[in-house]
Design a protein around this ligand. Structure first.
Ligand code: V47
Ligand code: SF4
Length: 357
């Protein structure tokens, strides 16, 4: 640990072996202190949040990943597909609540065409031009391309022309193939996920990145996942943020009963901050961490708490016990209590408000 502390203090990049050692260490407080210093050098005492709303147009999905309790097959009880009007109702509510972002992701519907999604974005942007549409994981982009018999570059260009502003980081799961095949055999490969992100970055579209942890993956899988993200980020600089997603086990087919621990959550976040030296932001996603660990993560290298969210289905269908929605006031109070300065950001990390500015 002492050698790694010195390396970080000298500003040297950590190797995958260093990151593995950190995962194997029990010295959480030293990790947190180190991650905090690195974060403060990048972000000062600012903690970002976003006034946003999630919209999941459909839970019908042909993939049926083993960890996912949100998805349904067509015709199955609980399966749904919003009409464009239902999407617009949610967009209207978001706008009335002062949202600057709509987070639009859903299942891989077997027949819903790319045109439907283009129409949805165009309608949203026509009515609410100031709202940023952050939409569609790399997995959905690949699916749209297959359904429309075209390539991902073409799909992304059409979505951008319709008004897509950036892409969320979902679908990365665990990029290392052996365990990826165990948890989501139908999903695009890790290599394909990275390839699609690279195409997006080459078109000037910023994206987020995630890692689903706390199921069947090893420490080595986590390190390999972050190494692959760091390598792509070196080439493109297109990732805005890394978001570790704590596995929610209820109703999923794998790792029954597995629940991440607070210790492990904080380790993942602080090691991410140290290893991903080319990422500006590390997000503590309160929906999956729970509010208490999310707040604590602010002392472990995290500088972003995501947002107000409003209607969350993916984690809550899998048993998340956090609330579905968080008020701006509550997020700010959490940040202030942690001794930090709340800053409201837009989807591209431009400052738009917050009591801290
Ligand atoms: O891709 C699915 C994950 C992701 C479970 O980019 C699960 O700003 C935990 O990516 N337990 C969707 N996770 C959520 C996501 C996201 C969320 C918030 C912000 C951003 C962003 C992205 O949720 C899926 C999958 O990786 N997921 N099931 C589960 N049981
Ligand atoms: Fe479908 Fe995404 Fe759920 Fe996998 S995680 S089953 S791709 S909705």
């Amino acid at each position: 640990m002492r050698d790694i502390v010195k390396k970080v203090e000298r500003g040297e990049r950590l190797t995958p072996e260093d990151a593995l050692k950190l995962f194997e260490s029990g010295d959480l407080l030293t990790l947190g202190e180190l991650a905090s210093k690195v974060n403060e050098a990048k972000n000062g005492d600012r903690v970002y949040y976003n006034v946003n709303r999630h919209i999941n147009p459909t839970n019908i999905c042909v993939n049926r990943c083993k960890f996912c309790a949100f998805s349904r097959s067509e015709g199955e009880e609980g399966a749904y597909l919003y009409t464009l009007e239902e999407v617009m109702e949610r967009a209207a509510q978001a706008s009335a609540q002062g949202a600057t972002e709509l987070h639009l992701v859903g299942g891989l519907h077997p027949t819903l065409s790319l045109d439907w999604y283009l129409e949805a974005i165009k309608k949203i942007k026509a009515s609410y031009p100031k709202i940023h549409v952050k939409g569609f994981t790399a997995v959905e982009i690949d699916h749209f391309a297959k359904l429309s018999d075209t390539d991902v570059k073409d799909v992304l260009k059409k979505l951008m022309a319709a008004g897509l502003g950036s892409m969320p980081g979902g679908g990365a799961e665990i990029l290392a193939e052996e365990n990826r095949a165990k948890i989501c055999p139908e999903k695009i490969s890790g290599a394909r996920w990275l390839e699609i992100m690279e195409v997006a970055h080459s078109l000037g579209l910023k994206t987020n990145s995630t890692m689903l942890y706390g199921h069947v993956e090893s420490y080595a899988d986590r390190v390999e996942h972050m190494r692959l993200l760091r390598e792509l980020q070196d080439r493109t600089g297109g990732f805005q943020v890394f978001i570790p997603l704590a596995f929610q086990p209820t109703g999923s087919e794998i790792a029954k009963g597995a629940q991440t621990t607070g210790f492990d959550d904080l380790k993942v976040l602080s090691i991410a901050r140290l290893f991903l030296d080319n990422f500006d932001h590390i997000k503590g996603y309160w929906v999956m961490l729970g509010e208490k660990i999310a707040q604590l993560s602010l002392a472990f290298g995290v500088d972003d708490l995501d947002g107000t969210v409003v209607e969350e289905k993916i984690a809550h269908d899998a048993g998340a016990t956090s609330r579905a929605s968080m008020s701006r006031e509550r997020i700010e109070a959490m940040i202030i209590e942690a001794g930090k300065t709340p800053v409201e950001r837009d989807s591209l990390y431009n400052v738009v408000g917050g009591s801290g500015i």
